[in-house]
Design a protein around this ligand. Structure first.
Ligand code: FAD
Length: 466
């Protein structure tokens, strides 16, 4: 009997999906945003999809996979963008979406199963005590909390709270190892670094404890500017207003709104650049005053306690939803992920915006980064060739803007995560056979892998930094 057949027969009543169409569906994420990953990964398919109901079943699956030497790729909702949840070397996809119980909500914290949807956690915390998660990806309606912690980086809320990389933004994790006798570990403090943004290469997370913030009926506001650089300057000024409570500051260059935010064509005049903003209701007047000082025009306001319209929430135009809106209209678009390091971020934004013109359309997300205001760029790129894409990356890097590649599926080449010796030592312990999401961690197979090219990491690892 093959390892897989033996595994299958040992799992008893744990649900397994064998149908090829289902296996293919469950082996994909949003990798196709990248033409490079689309070429490389389009045929990836799991041999089997296993859907455990609880942690005890996860432990049983892990024990059996160790015994039969079968690779395991964990999956939340499969909304990642870099092929993170794709089984590039086959084996099983472990669908964790059923571990979705919201277990405990307290003052300032929530404990939930890894498969809980982020939007569901927010709704429960809101109903319980008018609280919400500090930040969420723009995919909050579909993504799981475990997938966010293991494959995401930050998003709506990062302008106030920073990213998942920041100490205090994840409180603890429960994680199951892939050993002969799997262990269930609770990681807290610095140990969290061993599992976050590791694509599930160091264990399967079954439960997450996150901090909560006060929930407000956030007001969506679009501020218009005739010129993108004016919108970026306003975004920067707004981002620095610590007393003006906000959740989103997103400058988007013309012609993106006109071409791709079609649902908003009645409110955004052609040729305008915009800043998408979410503010607490009591901060709206201060925002409005600031916009007037910067010659911005309030084009749209929705929210507070009452209003809802047929239009989507603004966060679904932000972060990587900007790319999604563009891809709905034009499949030749791709994107990049750039950091404009402070304090020169605005100067760099201007330089890169002028340099590329229409080939690279600017889209910024202001965040708190190591205590300072900074911005990420998620520019839309009119794709021509892979060589030109690589050239664009090199130009950003040479100008002092680190890139985090959405066109690579390994941790190291993606560049957000630093795979340090502590991370590797933990992997040796937790996954001695290297069966967890194989192919995603280059340093596992080549411990001398030279990561020195990448100087800036979002997730810097647990080793002390010089
Ligand atoms: C339109 C769009 C917008 C997006 N916006 C954002 C954004 O604003 N911010 C952001 O950070 N990301 C964003 N993303 C990426 C992604 O949606 C988020 O990171 C999301 O939180 C991933 O959750 P998921 O449940 O879909 O995870 P998946 O895609 O299923 O998994 C992500 C990674 O985590 C691993 N994993 C999942 N669950 C576990 C587990 N229990 N244990 C161990 N490993 C696990 C998977 O193997 C994979 O490597 C966006 C993607 C799209 C398509």
């Amino acid at each position: 009997m093959s390892g897989l057949a033996a595994l299958r027969s040992e799992l008893g009543d744990i649900e397994c999906l064998e149908d090829p169409a289902m296996r293919r569906l469950m082996s994909r994420d949003f990798f196709w945003y990248s033409p490079v990953l689309k070429r490389q990964l389009d045929r990836v398919i799991a041999d089997l999809v296993i859907v455990p109901r609880d942690e005890a079943e996860v432990v049983r699956v892990m024990r059996a996979c160790h015994k039969h030497r079968v690779a395991v790729t964990p999956r939340g909702a499969g909304t990642g963008n870099y092929g993170q949840a794709m089984p590039v070397e086959g084996g099983i996809v472990l669908d964790l979406s059923r571990l979705s119980e919201i277990k405990e909500i307290g003052f300032g914290r929530v404990r939930a199963g890894t498969g809980a949807k982020i939007g569901a956690i927010d709704a429960a915390a809101q109903a319980h005590s008018r609280q919400e998660l500090r930040m969420h990806p723009s995919t909050a309606r579909t993504a799981t909390i475990g997938g966010f912690v293991c494959g995401g980086s930050g998003g709506v809320g990062s302008i106030t709270w920073g990213g998942l990389r920041d100490r205090g933004n994840i409180l603890s994790l429960r994680l199951v190892t892939l050993e002969e006798e799997p262990r269930t570990l609770v990681l807290a403090g610095e140990d969290i670094q061993k599992a976050i943004h590791a694509y599930g290469t160091t264990g399967v997370v079954t439960e997450v404890e996150m901090p909560l913030a006060p929930a407000y009926p956030w007001v969506d506001v679009i501020v218009g500017f005739p010129d993108f650089l004016a919108s970026a300057a306003f975004g920067n000024a707004l981002a620095a207003q610590d007393a003006l409570l906000k959740k989103l500051v997103t400058p988007v260059a013309a012609p993106i709104p006109e071409l791709y935010f079609r649902q908003f064509s009645d409110v955004i005049p052609a040729g305008m650049s915009v800043v998408l903003v979410m503010v607490a209701p009591f901060a709206f007047d201060a925002l409005s005053d600031l916009a007037a000082v910067w010659n911005g025009k309030i084009l749209y306001r929705r929210g507070g306690e009452q209003a809802s319209t047929h239009l989507p929430p603004l966060f679904e135009l932000s972060w990587n939803h900007t790319t999604l809106q563009a891809l709905k209209r034009d499949r030749t678009i791709t994107y990049h992920q750039i950091l404009y390091p402070p304090p020169r971020h605005l100067e760099l934004v201007e330089r890169m915006h002028r340099r590329f013109g229409e080939e690279v359309l600017s889209h910024l997300e202001f965040v708190r980064f190591d205590g300072q205001v900074a911005c990420f760029g998620l520019p839309l790129i009119r794709f021509t060739t892979e060589e030109r894409l690589a050239e664009i990356t090199e130009i950003f890097e040479a100008e002092g803007c680190p890139t985090f590649s959405p066109h690579h599926f390994t941790l190291e080449e993606g560049g957000m995560k630093r795979v340090d010796q502590i991370q590797l030592a933990f992997k040796r312990e937790a996954d001695p056979l290297g069966l967890l999401n194989p192919g995603k961690m280059l340093a596992w197979r080549n411990p001398d892998y030279d990561a020195s090219r990448q100087k800036v990491h979002l997730f810097a690892g647990a080793e002390p930094q010089s």
